[in-house]
Design a protein around this ligand. Structure first.
Ligand SMILES: NC(=O)C1=CN([C@@H]2O[C@H](COP(=O)(O)OP(=O)(O)OC[C@H]3O[C@@H](n4cnc5c(N)ncnc54)[C@H](O)[C@@H]3O)[C@@H](O)[C@H]2O)C=CC1
Ligand SMILES: CC(C)CCC[C@@H](C)[C@H]1CC[C@H]2[C@@H]3[C@H](O)CC4=CC(=O)CC[C@]4(C)[C@H]3CC[C@]12C
Length: 437
């Protein structure tokens, strides 16, 4: 069924966080690394001093303390920049970096729209610098990049609903990425991680299935839609830039991460579908056969992969430079709608029908009608429903990933199990529900 889509995916984070009274969970399972490390160090110095006379003990303590200071000055030396750091994925990357990157000295967050939640990060031990800027403006990007050791470029215009013009999508996704690359080269930043997308591969316009494929699976990638075309071009630019000499003469090391459909706390489309279901009396009507698999990955695991890849790129530039990695975890293979029901079900929604209620040709007709209406109404208003020929093809074509390349190259294991990912997402949706009442 065509469901209306009220906002773009992500959107200004100020609005998002303020509206729901929602905050991302701060803790990560089994991994309070900074705290553990600090505690461990304290135990070490106390145990050492216990057996010494008082003066020696205090000198020893002073020595250890000075050593600690020197170590931590040495350890906390890296400056990271996250573009799009206030987006759905970007916010998770930012929080994950603060939790999981002990060598961080400064974290710069660059976004068109800055969110008020950034304020709460400024009280921590890492210097958090919020930069309101536009990736299409080369000088703004260069100023933000200057002095950063690592750039994680997640900023992008995610629009498959016809809200933005193809030119704007190209400007943000391609020219914005060119600006990031050039800024790295000019200012001497050596490591660049790019958030690409499964869409650079497919599904293609011919509707060929990609069934549990990996980074080396042959597939005819043909794009017509501006979003996948722009992501594919940007990814190509990032990979081609690997090895270019940056200011100072060192080589630029780049790689690209390709998430499948991301879900989790803050996912705008999930929220739109939820509210649509509520408007339909708690029901959604199956549109896609249950047999069509659509790849999904939890946002916390995608964020973790970004943090890990950024870290390991510095250790293994020869292996990882110029590589692409699909983002994956233990989320089950299901159709787009059945997967959503994992979260919408516990929130009281029901998916009606074991088979699609409407025949596919009728859905195609509705999708085409929506596209026509969008075009006709454009001078008057923006009509951007979820269902259009492109999104229908996306949802109706099997595209799933099965790979261990990230594990082989940089030791990636999902940080969140499927159960944890599911629970966190449901909790977020329920909190959203109660704050809406
Ligand atoms: N959401 C998904 O399922 C998937 C997303 N991706 C990619 O992940 C990245 C993040 O996507 P989401 O978090 O879902 O989108 P989002 O829309 O929530 O986040 C994008 C962020 O980029 C910022 N941004 C947009 N234009 C900008 C500009 N001109 N200058 C500076 N900042 C700008 C936005 O303000 C926003 O905060 C994108 O590059 C997207 O292509 C890849 C695969 C799947
Ligand atoms: C009513 C329809 C039959 C169902 C519409 C569902 C669609 C809105 C979504 C189905 C597949 C989604 C896309 C997919 O997960 C891959 C993506 C990767 C990205 O890089 C950006 C987001 C997206 C294009 C995602 C967008 C929504 C769907 C098209």
């Amino acid at each position: 069924m065509p469901v209306e889509h009220s906002g773009h995916q992500g959107g200004p984070c100020g609005k998002r966080v303020g509206e729901e009274g929602w905050r991302l969970g701060w803790s990560v399972p089994g991994m309070a690394r900074r705290e553990e490390q600090a505690e461990g160090d304290n135990h070490l110095s106390l145990a050492g001093n216990e057996r010494r006379p008082a003066l020696v003990a205090s000198l020893g303590t002073l020595g250890l303390w000075l050593q600690d200071m020197a170590d931590s000055a040495q350890a906390q030396k890296l400056v990271y920049l996250v573009t799009g750091g206030c987006g759905f994925l970007g916010e998770h990357v930012v929080r994950m970096l603060l939790q999981q990157e002990p060598r961080l000295r400064e974290l710069r967050i660059f976004d068109l729209h800055l969110g008020p939640w950034l304020e709460e990060l400024k009280t921590g031990p890492v210097q958090v610098t919020a930069i309101q800027g536009d990736v299409t403006q080369a000088h703004e990007v260069a100023a933000a990049v200057a002095g950063a050791h690592v750039v994680i470029h997640t900023a992008g215009l995610v629009d498959v609903f016809g809200k933005a013009s193809p030119e704007t999508i190209h400007e943000v996704n391609v020219q914005g990425t060119k600006n990031v690359i050039e800024a790295c080269v000019q200012t001497g930043t050596q490591f660049l991680v790019y958030t690409s997308s499964m869409e650079v591969v497919g599904p293609n316009i011919k509707g060929h299935p990609f069934y549990r494929g990996n980074e080396d699976t042959p597939y005819e990638a043909v794009h017509r839609h501006p979003y996948p075309s722009s992501k594919a071009r940007a990814e190509q630019l990032v990979l081609e830039a690997n090895g270019r000499k940056v200011r100072g003469g060192l080589p630029l090391v780049t790689c690209a991460l390709r998430p499948t459909g991301i879900y989790g706390e803050g996912h705008q489309i999930m929220r739109d579908i939820y509210y649509q279901g509520l408007r339909l009396g708690g029901r959604l009507f199956r549109a896609i056969p249950a047999s069509v698999e659509h790849g999904r990955v939890y946002v916390g695991n995608v964020a973790w992969m970004h943090v890990l890849v950024a870290r390991e790129l510095q250790q293994r530039p020869a292996l990882m430079g110029g590589q692409v990695y699909f983002c994956y975890d233990k989320s089950p293979y299901k159709s787009y709608e059945d997967f959503n029901m994992e979260f919408l079900g516990p929130c009281g929604l029901r998916l009606v029908g074991t088979r699609p209620l409407l025949p596919y040709w009728l859905l195609m007709l509705l999708a085409a009608l929506n596209a026509l209406l969008q075009w006709l109404l454009r001078p008057l208003l923006l009509y951007a429903p979820l269902l259009n020929p492109y999104t229908l093809a996306m949802a109706n074509t099997t595209f799933t990933v099965s790979t261990n390349k990230a594990q082989r190259h940089f030791g990636y294991e999902p940080l969140f199990s499927w159960e944890e990912s599911r629970t966190r997402t449901i909790r977020w949706m329920q909190a959203m529900d109660s704050s809406a009442q």
